[in-house]
Design a protein around this ligand. Structure first.
Ligand code: IDP
Ligand code: MG
Length: 137
C-alpha cells in the first residue's frame, strides 16, 4: 500500500513544531492526502490504542493523547508505512537515528511527537478510524 496514517501528537502541536514537521514530511517526498486538527476524546484515544490496553503506560498514553489538539493525516508515498516509520525514528527518541523526527524533536518515549501505522492492515484500520474513504483518495 502507498498510504499510511500519521499523527502530529499534542506535545508537538503545543510546542509549535507542527509546521516544521509538515515541512519535513513534504521535503521527504510524502504527499499529504488528508489533514485535520482533532482533539481526541478519552474513548477515541482508548479505542485507537486498544492494542496497548493493560500495558503499564496505557493510562499515561491516553492522558497525553487527549491533553490537547493533534493533527491527523493520510500520507502517500511508495512503501508509505515503512518510509514514514523511518522518518519518525524509534519509539524512544534516544534510540532514534540522527535526522529522524523523534531524535530531533521528541522529549521522551511517551512524548514522542508523532505516530505512524506499523503495517498496511493497521494503516487501513487507522485511516478508517479518522477519515471517510473519499477523503483519502
Ligand atoms: P510506536 O508509536 O513507535 O509505534 P508503540 O509501541 O506502538 O510505539 O507505542 C505507542 C505509543 O505509546 C508510543 O509512541 C508512545 O507515545 C507510548 N509509549 C510506548 N511505550 C511507552 C513507555 O514505555 N512509556 C511511556 N509511553 C510509551
Ligand atoms: Mg505503534
Amino acid at each position: 500500500m502507498n498510504k499510511t496514517f500519521a499523527i502530529i501528537k499534542p506535545d508537538a502541536v503545543e510546542r509549535g513544531l507542527a509546521g516544521k514537521i509538515l515541512a519535513l514530511i513534504e521535503e521527504n517526498g510524502f504527499k499529504i492526502k488528508a489533514l485535520r486538527m482533532a482533539r481526541l476524546t478519552e474513548p477515541e484515544a482508548k479505542g485507537f490504542y486498544a492494542v496497548h490496553e493493560g500495558k503499564p503506560f496505557f493510562e499515561e498514553l491516553v492522558n497525553f493523547m487527549t491533553s490537547g489538539p493533534c493533527y491527523v493525516m493520510c500520507l502517500e508515498k511508495d512503501d508509505a508505512v515503512a518510509e514514514w516509520r523511518k522518518l519518525m525514528g524509534a519509539t524512544n527518541p534516544q534510540h532514534a537515528d540522527a535526522g529522524t523526527i523523534r531524535r530531533t524533536f521528541a522529549e521522551s518515549t511517551g512524548r514522542n511527537c508523532v505516530h505512524g501505522s506499523d503495517a498496511d492492515y493497521t494503516a487501513q484500520a487507522e485511516l478508517a478510524y479518522f477519515f471517510r474513504t473519499f477523503e483519502t483518495l
